[in-house]
Design a protein. Structure first.
Length: 359
């Protein structure tokens, strides 16, 4: 095993993927004019979701995502009733980031072979995710592609696309962020649905799956790895209804707090009061071993969603979180002197768009 495990060594090179996207986006960006006035995108590519102009001041937000290699854990354990929640979560949490209210989702399920019991469990999870998000799943697609999927007959992939609605003059993209705005972090439930290629490389085979582990506060590794992604729709929408002081919204997924740099702001972010990460992150870091900079590059490290707001709106946001049973706290501030930078002083780390490094 390497001195320090990395995501690229596990087979995922995010830097190479970003570079390779330029050719694809070069063509896709040219399609923005095709719909004409009605239906045209009002934002550029690269944000969490894009918004299309429907006329009369109304926009529809679109986003798409999947669950990733967390599905391999579900297949290994034969437990499929939670990953549908992840599928919904990864999409609706992105829709929130433009200030939109998610309303609907369609799913795409590809399988090696049709298994009724597996499909019922997947449906149960999708239903629960939709209930939590307040969206309808009114359509979808089931594809049987045994020659394209690997597995023991139960190989599968699930992804979705979600839509939401937002008034064009209420879109939130970070452009209103000012120096001194507060960053409020909503606690994650654990790994959520990112970094599983590295997590599986480190944990599977090294740790028993169904034994309670002191290192995981008594949870089993199976429970931890299939713990669903939190859906932040209800507390965030409540906060948006209660205050106009929200200036930025960020879904914290792969690349951790670098996701804040997707906001359209000249400010950077000084995150001085992060809560301790969940025990699963410490276990991965110790067993890897994985360098702290790599941990913060790959995993959410305990924060699943960030709300940036005016200081006088912070209590409203925290109150909305508490009212809906979510843990949240102020974790830092926007700083005009730190353009394009995220600082984690307690962890001794700093990041720009190239990634995290020791300060």
């Amino acid at each position: 095993m390497n001195t320090s495990e990395t995501y690229s060594a596990a087979g995922v090179d995010t830097g190479q993927a970003e570079n390779a996207l330029s050719g694809l986006l070069g063509w896709l960006n040219q399609t923005f004019t095709f719909p004409g006035a009605v239906g045209r995108p009002v934002m550029e590519n690269g944000f969490y979701a894009n918004v299309h102009d429907l006329g009369n001041g109304l926009g529809v937000a679109f986003s798409t995502d999947g669950v990733g290699t967390k599905l391999l854990v579900a297949e290994l354990l034969g437990r499929y009733d939670t990953v549908g929640i992840d599928c919904v979560a990864m999409n609706v949490n992105d829709i929130l980031c433009v200030g939109a209210r998610p309303i609907a989702l369609v799913d795409y399920l590809a399988v090696q072979r049709v298994d009724g019991a597996m499909l019922e469990q997947l449906g149960r999870g999708l239903h629960e995710g939709a209930r939590q998000a307040g969206v309808a799943i009114a359509s979808g697609e089931l594809a049987q592609i045994p020659e394209m999927l690997r597995g023991s007959g139960t190989g599968f992939d699930i992804a979705a696309a979600a839509i939401g609605v937002v008034a064009l003059d209420r879109i939130i993209d970070g452009s209103g962020i000012r120096d001194g705005d507060v960053v409020i972090g909503f606690r994650s439930s654990g790994l959520h649905s990112n970094g599983y290629t590295l997590a599986r490389r480190v944990l599977l085979g090294e740790t028993p799956l169904d034994e309670p582990l002191p290192a995981l506060a008594g949870a089993t590794l199976a429970q931890e790895l299939l713990r669903p992604t939190l859906i932040y729709v209800k507390p965030v929408l409540a906060a948006l209804e209660q205050t106009s002081g929200i200036t930025g919204l960020a879904h914290v997924t792969g690349d951790s707090f670098l996701n804040l740099l997707r906001l359209r702001t000249a400010c950077g972010f000084d995150l001085t009061t992060l809560p301790p990460p969940h025990p699963v992150f410490a276990l991965i870091q110790r067993l890897g071993p994985v360098d702290p900079a790599e941990m913060y590059q790959v995993f959410n490290m305990g924060i699943g969603f960030c709300v940036v707001c005016r200081p006088d709106a912070a209590d409203t946001v925290l109150g909305a979180a508490a009212a809906h049973g979510y843990e949240a706290q102020a974790i830092g501030h926007a700083r005009s002197s730190m353009q394009g930078v995220v600082s984690l002083p307690a962890e001794g780390l700093v990041a720009d768009r190239r990634g995290f490094r020791r300060a």
